[in-house]
Design a protein around this ligand. Structure first.
Ligand code: TRP
Length: 297
């Protein structure tokens, strides 16, 4: 894509303690994308902490998670001299803008938002009243997100599939305002879909996710990381058996995170037989420590 003079924006919600699956699937690609954009456009990245209040009501926890995600992006290479990088709650104008946008936003736009509809469907399935447990923050989530986007004259919003509708709603709100004043008051944003990010398996072979308790923490201590790597699930094939690397969980994790030369060595060891799982775990551990020790520091 040509980013000449384009403003590209992405928001990340602080949701949980970060793990190397987040790094491989989201943080690293976002930073690399930012580097590309920076060469001839404007890259904006922020932590959407006020969006997170809808779900996280524990202030110290939210502060901690916000700090963690900001530190992770900076430690992993986001250059704040080149990318505009901020915490949403530090920009009060965004919340003024949200109030203004509300006055032009048809309520029907919110009724059709996927996240709200999914919450209603869940209530109906449980025999609860339609809006049980749904707060106005969730209901009007797309307006705050429109403010995030429209306040910066954003051309392109980099998002995953689940957020595309929110960008469309932002475009519709901008369109409604432009139509009202019969001129381009606000820039109409488009979305740029992130390719289906690489999914790293966790230590039990399911997708690495906090909710499965199978993560290798991004900023764990050496001993925590060692403990999780050593507990990666293995089978009981003999050390000398020739193995298909694609069947081996350790190999899949290594492929996501270790340098190519290490991955090649593990592949050969498995195919030929003779390389034990303990040895592979040590190689993987070393690769992870090499990748993250400095960033963690
Ligand atoms: N809603 C996004 C998410 O859950 C985060 C977000 C908030 C965002 N504001 C944004 C993303 C503006 C892009 C643009 O992932």
């Amino acid at each position: 894509m040509n980013y000449e003079n384009k403003t590209i924006l992405t928001g990340v919600k602080p949701t949980g303690t970060l793990h190397i699956g987040n790094y491989v699937g989201a943080i690293k690609p976002a930073i690399e994308f930012g580097h590309q954009v920076n060469q001839n456009g404007k890259h904006i990245m922020f932590v959407a902490d006020y969006h997170a209040i809808n779900a996280i009501k524990d202030a110290p926890l939210l502060r901690q998670l916000t700090k963690e995600i900001a530190c992770a992006y900076l430690a992993c290479g986001l250059n704040p001299e080149k990318s505009l990088f901020y915490k949403q709650s530090d920009v009060p104008e965004l919340f003024e803008m949200t109030t203004i946008l509300m006055a032009y936003t048809p309520k029907g736009f919110m009724n059709k938002a996927h996240a709200y509809k999914a919450a209603v469907d869940k209530n109906i399935a449980r025999g609860e009243p339609n809006d049980a447990g749904i707060n106005m923050g969730l209901y009007t989530y797309p307006v705050l997100m429109a403010s995030d986007i429209l306040s910066y004259d954003t051309d392109i919003v980099r998002v995953g599939k689940d957020q595309v509708q929110h960008v469309e709603i932002a475009a519709d709100i901008a369109g409604a305002i432009n139509a009202h004043y019969e001129k381009e008051v606000l820039k109409i944003p488009a979305s740029y879909l992130t390719e289906s990010a690489q999914v790293l398996p966790g230590i039990d072979g399911q997708k690495m996710s906090q909710s499965y308790h199978n993560v290798i923490p991004l900023f764990g201590s050496d001993s925590e990381i060692k403990k999780t790597v050593m507990s990666i699930k293995t089978d009981c094939q003999d050390i000398n058996d020739k193995k298909n690397p694609d069947d081996i969980l350790l190999y899949h994790i290594a492929r996501g995170i270790a340098p190519e030369s290490v991955v090649a060595e593990i592949k050969e060891g498995l195919e030929k037989g003779g390389m034990g799982y303990g040895t592979i775990k040590k190689m993987l551990l070393q690769a992870i420590l090499d990748e993250f020790s400095e960033k963690r520091e």
